[in-house]
Design a protein around this ligand. Structure first.
Ligand SMILES: NC(=O)c1ccc[n+]([C@@H]2O[C@H](COP(=O)([O-])OP(=O)(O)OC[C@H]3O[C@@H](n4cnc5c(N)ncnc54)[C@H](OP(=O)(O)O)[C@@H]3O)[C@@H](O)[C@H]2O)c1
Length: 272
């Protein structure tokens, strides 16, 4: 599985960084994005030392800003393409009740987790269809169930899986494959970013047993992509959890959700 161009959003940390390391050996040009340019530059240096024929372009971009997204899209559209992999990986969450969520965080989640995925894919799809390639969208196990105290995040990831499935079916006759990756919890910066100011992290014991190593997520995603799978649930326990969640009748799911095992935030609205 070789590409002429690979674009990875959210490559400044966590899963994106690991995806970049694994995919660096499979392309001539890698574009990495994120807001933290210093992190992107460190990664670019590491990868160009490790892969002699690789060009790495760092494109700092705040994906929550629609003008910045447009500028990034213009640059990407102007690049020589060939066979391409677009990996929509950047994302963020917010732990706590929606009533007390900060306005900025709500906006960022919708812009980064939803709008950026839709717009980048839309902008690059004509070239992908013309020259072939793949789209990998990083969703979450949370896409398979509504989640109180994580409601908007789960809904944005449900968008990602639904969008990926619909697009995949549309592109069935083309040379473009679309896959959604649905990890369970992974130790990255995600958990810290999702915490609100002054919020102590209380984790449901059940959640703890679903943690998967970032390396496992990346390895299994790569394998699933090679096999042309529509979805990847990295690790057997996450795959099983996904199967159970999708099979549960809604009335039963509601009974379980109403117990709200993950209540975390005070219900006092925070200043936004
Ligand atoms: N970790 C988990 O438990 C878990 C589980 C399931 C799914 N996921 C999904 O996996 C993906 C990667 O998350 P991760 O676990 O690797 O978390 P992470 O370590 O926090 O990485 C998130 C990445 O997204 C980028 N990002 C966030 N906001 C951005 C913005 N406004 N503009 C541009 N880039 C932005 C960050 O870059 P900058 O901060 O430099 O901008 C960073 O590179 C996300 O889509 C997440 O929803 C994570």
């Amino acid at each position: 599985m070789e590409y002429d161009l690979i674009i990875i959003t959210g490559a400044s940390s966590g899963l994106g960084r690991k995806f970049a390391r694994v995919f660096a050996g499979r392309t001539g040009m890698l574009v990495i994005t994120g807001r933290r340019l210093d992190r992107l530059r460190d990664l670019a240096e590491e990868l160009t030392v490790a892969h002699k024929n690789l060009t790495v372009l760092c494109e700092p971009c705040d994906l929550a800003d629609s003008d910045a997204r447009d500028r990034l899209i213009c640059k990407l559209q102007g690049m020589p393409h060939g066979r391409m992999l677009l990996m929509n990986n950047a994302g963020l969450g917010d732990y706590g009740e929606y009533v007390s969520a900060q306005k900025e965080r709500v906006r960022s989640m919708v812009q980064v987790n939803v709008a950026a995925v839709a717009e980048l894919t839309h902008a690059l799809l004509p070239r992908l269809v013309e020259q072939g390639g793949d789209v990998v969208n990083v969703a979450s196990l949370a896409a398979d169930t509504p989640l109180p105290d994580f409601a908007l995040y789960a809904a944005t990831k449900a968008f990602v899986t639904s969008f990926s499935e619909g697009l995949r079916a549309e592109l069935r006759q083309s040379h473009v494959r679309v896959m959604a990756v649905c990890p369970g919890p992974v130790h990255t910066e995600f958990g810290e970013v999702a915490l609100r100011k002054g919020q102590a992290r209380k984790e449901a014991p059940l959640r703890r047993c679903f943690y998967t190593e970032a390396e496992t997520v990346v390895r299994e995603a790569l394998r699933a992509l090679e096999k042309g799978r529509a979805r990847c649930y990295p690790s057997a326990k996450v795959w099983l959890a996904g199967c159970v969640l999708r099979a549960l009748p809604l009335w039963f799911l509601r009974l379980v959700l109403n117990r709200r095992p993950r209540r975390m935030a005070s219900s006092q609205p925070l200043e936004s």
